[in-house]
Design a protein around this ligand. Structure first.
Ligand code: NAP
Length: 280
């Protein structure tokens, strides 16, 4: 019987690939006394629901939709979680809540040998994923501009990062302005292009696509998005979001276990699972 338990809470949570990824890592490292479970907790009983893993001696949990913001009230959020406005990983031993999305994303850029410091990076979107990206990129020394459909949300992102993390200098521009801004990297943090809308791109027709740049698309279903195809058609290099998914999980794994995670294995397990569920 495993004595070290971790897991993910969400509602619904059955679709989560995290149990597969973490349990495969435990198995590969022969960590027989570790187990990762999925726990469904409805939003109206989050506080009560948290007693279940706490009272049963769970070491930590991942937190997914819709609890990432609400859980901040019940844990001690660190600077990253406060800046991003969401907790996706909790360590019950310290009751610390953190967010591993920004580091997972930056680690994946670095794994692809992409320069960040001093680079101009365009972020498409202004939701939770964009907050993580802008936080991580700014901390890593990039010059960041944001394009978002809803201006008030872009303004809220900029104001929040300034107030919570002292991050200044983020510009908000239009897609037309972005075409001539001279970025080396575009990061898609919108949900445009996500299955089943696989033919949609956040870079709409009529705006010239920059030539020879890199696109990082946080969308990982499908593996090759319309935006990625546009990039490659313009002599660019395109990366999908699966590596970020694996790496944000890997950070949580190391936080709980103190063991270096088998990242390549975690990524290939995710890839296989997504291939199996491919419906397009
Ligand atoms: P979110 O908070 O709901 O934000 C969605 C963003 O997409 C907003 O900026 C929204 O713009 C924009 N958007 C949605 N539909 C649009 C449309 N038709 N045209 C233009 N903009 C549109 O979602 P999120 O949590 O930030 O997640 C965003 C994406 O990142 C999702 O696809 C998610 O799966 C992915 N993600 C991937 C990873 C990973 O590990 N790879 C991690 C986190 C998230 P408005 O503000 O105008 O509504």
């Amino acid at each position: 019987m495993p004595t070290n338990r971790v897991g993910v809470i969400g509602f619904p949570v059955e679709h989560s690939l995290s149990p597969l990824m973490h349990n495969a890592a435990f198995k590969a490292l022969n960590m027989r006394d570790w187990r990762y479970d999925a726990m469904s907790i409805p939003p109206d009983i989050l506080r009560l629901g948290l007693r279940e893993p706490r009272d049963h001696g769970y070491i930590g949990i991942n937190v997914t939709v819709p609890h990432k913001e609400a859980i901040m009230e019940y844990v001690r959020p660190d600077e990253k979680a406060r800046a991003i406005g969401a907790v996706n990983t909790v360590d019950f031993r310290s009751n610390l809540g953190t967010n591993t999305d920004a580091d997972g994303f930056i680690n994946d850029l670095r794994a692809h040998d992409l320069p960040i410091a001093g680079e101009r990076v365009l972020v498409l979107g202004a939701g939770g994923a964009a907050r993580a990206a802008v936080y991580g990129l700014s901390r890593a020394g990039a010059e960041v501009a944001i394009v978002n459909r809803t201006m008030s949300r872009a303004n809220a992102l900029v104001d929040h990062l300034r107030a919570s993390a002292g991050i200044d200098g983020i510009s908000i521009i239009s897609l037309d302005e972005a075409a001539g801004w001279g970025m080396s990297l575009i990061v898609n943090c919108t949900s445009v292009g996500l299955h089943p809308n696989v033919h949609q791109s956040p870079w709409y027709d009529g705006v010239p696509f920059p030539v020879g740049i890199t696109v990082y698309d946080m969308v990982y279903r499908p593996a090759n998005t319309a935006l990625m195809r546009q990039c490659v058609a313009h002599d660019g290099f395109a990366i999908g979001g699966l590596g970020m998914l694996a790496r944000q999980g890997a950070i949580a794994f190391e936080l709980w276990t103190g063991v270096e995670p088998p990242i390549d294995l975690m990524q290939s397990v995710l890839q296989d699972a997504l291939e199996k569920t491919k419906e397009d």
